[in-house]
Design a protein. Structure first.
Length: 250
């Protein structure tokens, strides 16, 4: 659904007191199992019912559909280990950087907030260092688990590829204009996941390289490389990035 379509539908649902739904999300019984060593799991949770008339599409930097975040629900996505960028589409663009290790499960909170005509959204890390970390078990128990029809959702995103690319570009711009403190709340580090893990993490949130070897910006994924400690969050850049206090342009 286009952003304009989302706005019209949201206003109509608000007028009728309705809650957003998605043809690609179905109730399921969530039985968490340890991720395999060559995969990472990411759980996207939307515990709030604020902006309940709006569904937020969640996808990665390659335009891969991950699911729709609906009020008071959560869903899980399976991903390759390494650097990823996640985006959510609303009146604005939500963006989050993630350094994933195989064999671990990570958590992201999809947070709606007040917008001009419709709800806006941000994606924040839920990790042991997070203020909301103690709420994790309660949320998993109280929220509704959903399964994802990935193929059908992907078909919709593919039909709107130009718009999805605009959301990704907006997310990159937001990342470049924000500081290290903001990045920290919108980043998953390798050690933030639950589980033993399968490999040493790559430097967290540095600009990855594409398969062609060119420097990359959010939206492109690179294989992990070993490192002793994660580096501070840096703004994505086509050149060597600046220090976190002076984010470079994407």
């Amino acid at each position: 659904m286009t952003r304009f379509g989302q706005l019209v539908l949201s206003l109509a649902l608000l007028a009728g007191g309705c809650t957003a739904s998605s043809p690609y999300m179905k109730p399921t019984t969530y039985r968490p199992a340890p991720p395999p060593a060559d995969k990472a799991y990411v759980v996207f949770m939307r515990p709030s019912d604020f902006g309940s008339a709006v569904r937020f599409e969640v996808f990665d930097g390659n335009g891969r559909y991950l699911g729709d975040a609906l009020p008071e629900t959560y869903f899980e996505a399976e991903l390759e280990p390494g650097q990823h960028w996640f985006y959510a589409d609303a009146e604005n663009a939500g963006v989050l950087s993630a350094q994933l290790v195989g064999g671990k499960r990570y958590y992201v909170v999809v947070r709606p907030f007040m917008g001009g005509w419709s709800a806006r959204v941000e994606l924040t890390a839920l990790a042991p260092r997070s203020e909301d970390w103690p709420k994790l078990k309660q949320w998993l128990a109280e929220l509704e688990a959903l399964s994802v029809d990935q193929a059908a959702g992907q078909a919709e995103l593919d039909a709107r590829r130009a718009e999805i690319d605009e959301v990704i570009a907006e997310g990159k711009e937001i990342w470049a204009q924000t500081d290290a403190e903001w990045h920290d709340g919108h980043s998953l580090n390798a050690e933030d996941g639950e589980g033993t893990g399968a490999a040493a993490p790559a430097p967290a949130h540095a600009a990855p390289a594409t398969d062609e070897g060119e420097p990359a910006t959010p939206g492109e994924t690179a294989p992990p490389a070993a490192a002793a400690e994660p580096t501070p969050v840096a703004a994505p850049s086509a050149e060597p990035v600046a220090t976190p206090s002076t984010p470079a342009a994407p």
